[in-house]
Design a binder for this molecule. Structure first.
Ligand SMILES: [Zn+2]
Length: 155
């Protein structure tokens, strides 16, 4: 169930980044059973890592705290609608509940590309954002076939 106090912490993480050099004004909190597992803000600049969004950073910390890649049962609070990368990471982490504050359009209004990436996906991956093309599936499919018969399955 949504708790404003957790969104307030996500917002404090975002506010702490407004004048800092860590990255953009985005904050995130991951909660399990009513307790904070991790909290983070965007660290793209300080980590020199374009994937170090608040949600990704919080997911990485939560995985370490809970000693698992599977964050089933966790809830994620983020100060803004997750970008497609973070949304995918949230899904890969098996988090089923996300609460967000600002919209993708709010992020676009201050210069972030979240809405443009969603548009690119919604337009069938066509446009000038990047070129995505398939090659040599006959080579790469081998790892998938081997995985099918391997003992350990991740998903
Ligand atoms: Zn993101």
């Amino acid at each position: 169930m949504y708790q404003k106090s957790f969104m307030n912490i996500a917002n404090q993480e975002a506010l702490a980044n407004v004048n800092g050099s860590d990255g953009g004004p985005f904050g995130c909190v991951i909660v399990k059973d009513g307790e904070i597992v991790s909290r983070a803000h965007n660290q793209v600049l300080v980590d020199r890592d374009p994937t170090a969004h608040g949600e990704i950073t919080a997911i990485r910390k939560a995985g370490q705290v809970l000693d698992t890649h599977d964050l089933s049962g966790c809830e994620l609070y983020t100060s803004a609608m997750p970008c497609p990368m973070c949304l995918s990471a949230i899904i890969w982490a098996n988090i089923k509940q996300v609460y967000y504050g600002n919209t993708a359009d709010d992020a676009a209004a201050i210069g972030f590309r979240d809405a443009a990436i969603y548009d690119f996906i919604n337009d069938g991956l066509k446009g000038k954002m990047l070129t995505l093309s398939q090659h040599d599936r006959d080579m790469t499919i081998g790892a998938f076939k081997a995985y099918q018969t391997a003992q350990k399955k991740l998903y």
